[in-house]
Design a protein around this ligand. Structure first.
Ligand code: URA
Length: 256
């Protein structure tokens, strides 16, 4: 393949197959037969072969006594999504915050920066929070938020994670909640609402109504809200998000 047209046609074909970005610095010529490495001894099996069972994940999460230990345990978990992602997206914001936001999963920008909610949806989220006096990096815990996701690795092509994928990471998310010990939790969109409230009811019916998230460490009030990415697609529904923000604001005033 030499001509520019051939190369452009090959690129278009790859994009049609869903390869929407380059993930490696070096070019890999897949038209050449790969050199097959010699099998490794069993003791050096790849991390992906080490995906623990759900019970083991529960036990690993329970042993994490601080955020660094939890971050390391999540990064070491051999989930298949890890192989398609650049960064383990753990959290952002003030760990002393009284409000903890749980989102779905990193998108492209979050995968690149290694932080949750930094793309267009994240910018809208910051504006929504600012409208009720909250900011992710505020020093005052009463004005700060702490943000994480159910899934720490970007699903390819930003697809919605499956319920099974969410359930794999739930022990880590519950431990994360217990370590932060927020007074209030915001569930951003369908994925965290369904996973943490163990419901099949969609966000359009759950939003704006206080519910409770139960973890090994206790039960805390939570407010399901519309995801900012949804609001970017459906700006007509922003008034619903505004109503939910006011609901959150008034509960924050009660706990201050
Ligand atoms: N959407 C999410 O739910 N989380 C992110 O971190 C980014 C987009």
């Amino acid at each position: 393949m030499d001509s520019r047209d051939d190369m452009l046609a090959a690129l278009a074909w790859q994009m049609e197959l869903g390869a929407d970005e380059a993930i490696g610095d070096a070019f890999i010529d897949r038209t050449v037969a790969p050199v097959v490495p010699a099998p490794k001894p069993a003791s050096s099996a790849t991390p992906l072969a080490l995906q623990p069972t759900q019970g083991a994940t529960d036990a690993i999460a329970a042993t994490c006594t601080d955020l660094d230990a939890l971050r390391e345990a999540i990064a070491a978990h051999g989930h298949p999504l890890k192989s398609g992602a650049r960064h383990c997206v753990f959290a952002d914001g003030n760990p002393a915050a009284r409000v903890m936001i749980v989102g779905e999963a990193p998108g492209r920008n979050e995968d690149i920066e290694g932080k949750p909610f930094v793309g267009k949806g994240g910018q809208l989220l910051d504006r929504m929070l600012a409208a009720i006096g909250l900011a992710r990096h505020a020093e005052d815990p009463a004005k700060a938020v702490y943000i994480t996701n159910i899934i720490p690795w970007r699903p390819a092509q930003n697809r919605t994670p499956s319920a099974e994928e969410s359930s794999v990471f739930l022990p880590f998310v519950r431990r994360h909640i217990d370590l932060i010990d927020p007074a209030l939790i915001v569930l951003m969109g369908n994925t965290p609402t369904k996973a943490l409230l163990d419901t099949t009811t969609g966000i359009m019916r759950m939003r704006g109504m206080w519910a409770e998230v139960t973890t090994p460490g206790g039960t805390r009030p939570c407010l399901p809200m519309l995801h900012p990415a949804y609001l970017l697609r459906q700006p007509m529904d922003k008034h619903k998000a505004w109503a939910d923000l006011l609901t959150l604001k008034s509960r924050i005033e009660d706990i201050r």
